[in-house]
Design a protein around this ligand. Sequence first.
Ligand SMILES: Nc1ncnc2c1ncn2[C@@H]1O[C@H](COP(=O)(O)OP(=O)(O)OP(=O)(O)O)[C@@H](O)[C@H]1O
Ligand code: NI
Length: 325
Amino acid sequence: MNRLTVENLSVSFRIPGAVVRAVSEASFTVRPGRCLALVGESGCGKSVLAHALLGLLPGNAEASGSAVLSQSGGGGDVELIGASERTLAGRVRGRAIGLIPQSPATHLTPVRTARAQMQEAVREMGRPPGTADELAEKFGLSPADLDKYPHELSGGMAQRVANAMALAGDPWLLLADEPTTGLDRDLVDRAMGALRALCDEGRAVLLITHDLRAAERVADDLAVMYASRIVELGPVREVLDRPRHPYSAGLVDAQPDRAFVPVPGMPPELTALPDGCAFAPRCGHRTDACDVRPARGGGDGRVACHHPLAVQDGVQEDAKEDSRA
Ligand SMILES: Nc1ncnc2c1ncn2[C@@H]1O[C@H](COP(=O)(O)OP(=O)(O)OP(=O)(O)O)[C@@H](O)[C@H]1O
Ligand code: NI
């Protein structure tokens, strides 16, 4: 079966006089039929992680670790980190991994109709011309819609064109980085429904968002990222209902439909990450142990914390035990 396995993926940027640690030792897998949502505050490294997978990092970036696309059915295995542009362009982008862009309207070329752009995308992927019509139909786009120029499309329509184009090369994995930026609630819900449908037809989805409600709607698994690191990863209901990392708990509590209380303080600069837990300065459970960086442990490999919140008889308590760091 197809699978994306990311292990200890780190990305840093060299800038004058400093190093930005944008992604630290990320590990997760994405499988067909499942949606993994990666959530976290602005600037925590979500997009950089996505760009690393697509080989789209700028020249001042350095990536280490591994991200392997294991592919049955002739695709073969591909190590994405350090892959050549030839491999990435010829075998990965659009073919194995489809990209659902952040703002479809601006992603489309303004001077050509939706049809022309869809047909070109299909042609580039070496698929029969009729594929464009099939994809249009799949996403409920009429021939009249396809005759429109991007500025004539509504936000929802542009979204559907973008989804259709992402499928031009029939990728088994879809990567959506903030696909609902600027959309109202109704359109967000519809876009999430479309993503879920893609999952249910057997594609894998990696959704990047800071919209916890959207993640809840579509994802099977949730990875919570804080200051470049995935601090908690687990089934979406477990993470949202029984968060074990104090930051995840804070993020959940910050939601309008929950306590609506923001986590006090600010995240650290990624140029000056502490040796220990990056959340410790904001954490109400801090102990001396937190000066040592916690690996993801907590018994089930789910949470990177020296004193994960425990669930006992439905009540969360401070477990006061070190994770298997
Ligand atoms: N080319 C670059 N050179 C130096 N630093 C960079 C570069 N690109 C990104 N960064 C830094 O990497 C960090 C992570 O950025 P990233 O775009 O991944 O955040 P994000 O989690 O996607 O945020 P948002 O939710 O706002 O999209 C930020 O501190 C950003 O300033
Ligand atoms: Ni981003």
